[in-house]
Design a protein around this ligand. Structure first.
Ligand code: WQD
Length: 338
């Protein structure tokens, strides 16, 4: 069975990707420093998979510890999720973000080279596009100045990967530009963990629905969109997870020294008010919200052109926004019961 290293594998997208890998006959091995994840996620993962998933408490910045994991395991590929990702925090602590997000990639690439592991899928973000002029956004759409140090680390890491392949590296790399990951595994055993007050829309909605937050504030309703609220491409985390498996299998078929990148979204955009209405439908209860001021740094509208990933990887999103919100709500209700 092919072993796949998942850095940050105890995180939201990493843990769901571990499930998708097991479902496709791979053996995931997780490293995570648990700085933004919990060990209960690994327990939930083991329950879904019906077996113990190998997990090392390792920081990707600890080169010798990372090398020890490579010594212990003969990896066929790597999926690199481990990174800090709070947009607001990154503007307050840029050096923490640059050193963590960039150095961890460099250490990983050097270790992969040392152990002859060629294939890596890198977790990037649609944030590199900023506010595109033309929508839907294609992979060829020019990247714009990053809105935050977090977004800039994603751009810089993509550039590192491109330069590394241009240098002739014996490696095969795919960058995946995620749109807005939402939802949870239908079992309710794993999902997005609410560490502190959620920045993201859907966890704030489900916590409001569960009575943990008094009210949702909609950050502005005077944008140039169908109902004045911002538009995003909300993709179910299980669809996103599957895109990682397809990317690995695509890499396994390529010649050496290879790079490609894909948008990973549904191809549809939904406004904030549409998300709220969909949540009210799946939860069967009204959501307490008010319209407030715009949030600094928010872009108005973005959604993916998914033609490339559909055609090249044979992947497309299967879950709807309703499915995503139903699974997020189911996860919140389980959390609330703990
Ligand atoms: C979505 C919409 C808000 C909260 C961020 C990162 C991006 C990626 C995904 C890591 C926006 C509105 C939100 C609230 C609201 N993260 N909103 N009230 O900003 O599109 O993307 O998360 O890769 O890099 O930038 O996601 O969920 O924060 O916001 O009205 O309490 O919901 O204004 O329009 P965003 P989000």
């Amino acid at each position: 069975m092919k072993k796949i290293l998942i850095t940050g594998g105890a995180g939201y997208i990493g843990s769901h990707t571990a499930v998708a890998l097991v479902n496709s006959g791979y053996e995931p091995v997780i490293i995570d420093n648990f700085s933004n994840s919990e060990k209960s996620t690994v327990a939930g993962l083991n329950k879904i998979c019906g077996r113990e998933i190998s997990c090392y408490e390792v920081d990707c910045l600890d080169r010798s510890a990372v090398e020890r994991v490579f010594l212990d395991n003969d990896f066929s590929g790597v999926i690199h999720f481990a990174a800090f990702k709070a947009v607001g925090e990154s503007t307050r602590l840029p050096l923490k973000y640059y050193s963590n997000n960039i150095d961890s990639l460099l250490i990983l690439l050097e270790t992969m080279s040392k152990f002859g592991v060629k294939d890596i899928v890198f977790s990037s973000s649609c944030t590199v596009y900023g506010q595109p002029e033309i929508l839907p956004v294609k992979e060829s759409t020019p990247r714009q100045l990053a809105e935050s140090p977090y977004g800039n680390t994603k751009k810089i890491c993509e550039d590192i990967l491109v330069d590394y392949i241009k240098s002739g590296a014996d490696s095969r790399i795919v960058s995946l530009r995620y749109f807005n990951p939402v939802g949870a595994h239908p079992s309710g055993e794993i999902g997005e963990l609410p560490l502190g007050v959620p920045n993201n829309l859907v966890p704030f909605i489900t916590q409001t629905g569960a009575g943990l937050r008094k009210k949702l504030t909609v950050f502005g309703d005077k944008y140039n969109t169908p109902d004045g609220t911002c538009v995003r491409d909300y993709i179910h985390v299980m669809d996103l997870a599957e895109a990682h498996v397809k990317s690995l299998e695509y890499l396994f078929q390529q010649k050496n020294n290879f790079y490609d990148l894909f948008n990973v979204g549904t191809g549809n955009g939904n406004t904030v008010l549409e998300v709220i209405k969909t949540f009210e439908k799946v939860s069967g209860q009204p959501l307490n919200y008010e319209i407030g001021l715009r949030r600094e740094g928010d872009i108005e509208k973005v959604w993916a052109d998914t033609e490339k990933i559909n055609n090249v990887l044979g992947w497309e999103a299967k879950y709807s926004l309703e499915d995503s919100l139903r699974d997020s709500w189911n996860w919140q209700l389980k959390l609330g019961k703990k």
